[in-house]
Design a protein around this ligand. Sequence first.
Ligand code: NI
Length: 242
Amino acid sequence: MRLDHATWREVEAYLKKSDGIIIPVGSTEQHGPMGLIGTDALCAEKIAWEAGKKLNVYVAPTITYTPAHFNMSFPGTISISQELFVSLLQEVVRALEKHGFSKFYFINGHGANLKALKSLTNQFSNISIRVRSWWDYEKVNQLRQAEFGEWEGMHATPSEISITQVTSRTITSDEALNPPKKLSHKYIKEHSGDKHGPPKQHRNNFPDGRVGSHSNLASKTIGKQLIRMATAGLVSDYLTIF
Ligand code: NI
């Protein structure tokens, strides 16, 4: 159930019996030679829409402008500051809270969003806020490991690209045929949550935009499975929490 496809009368009626909302959060940034600029948003919103239908819960419009400074040397990336992102999240929550929503489920698709999203939970005391990335759900994670292992990597992952092959389109790229350079465990540990270097340095280190991810292992079949499992994960987590 999409909020942007509802009338205010329908939202008014919904709020008489329910007070939950799902908010997908993504990014607008490069995702390697065969990944779409909107990948993180496309993944989060697809899973949110599917879960929203199953739960009869509204899904707010996707938050697509988020911090992705490290990718600013790649054309197409639109990064906003951490401060603006935090303010945006706070104002979106406040607006919805004013109408009577009090259960907020953020489904995230971009590692760099997590810090700001998690900080929300300390800023609002009268409402419930849950933050989950779609790859957090146990079965999703198991499938990623089983299918891609270490080649899942950190950015332009075969998992996220599999999902966008279902939602959007499939791109073939000679540049992505070979695996990228393998990341050390040390690198993965130190850079989790998308803690990457300044834009120029980041592009020098990862010239084609992939960060340890062998995007070309992506497939629509796995994409469909990931969507199904992440949807089930969100639905069950939502029902447990709220
Ligand atoms: Ni991504």
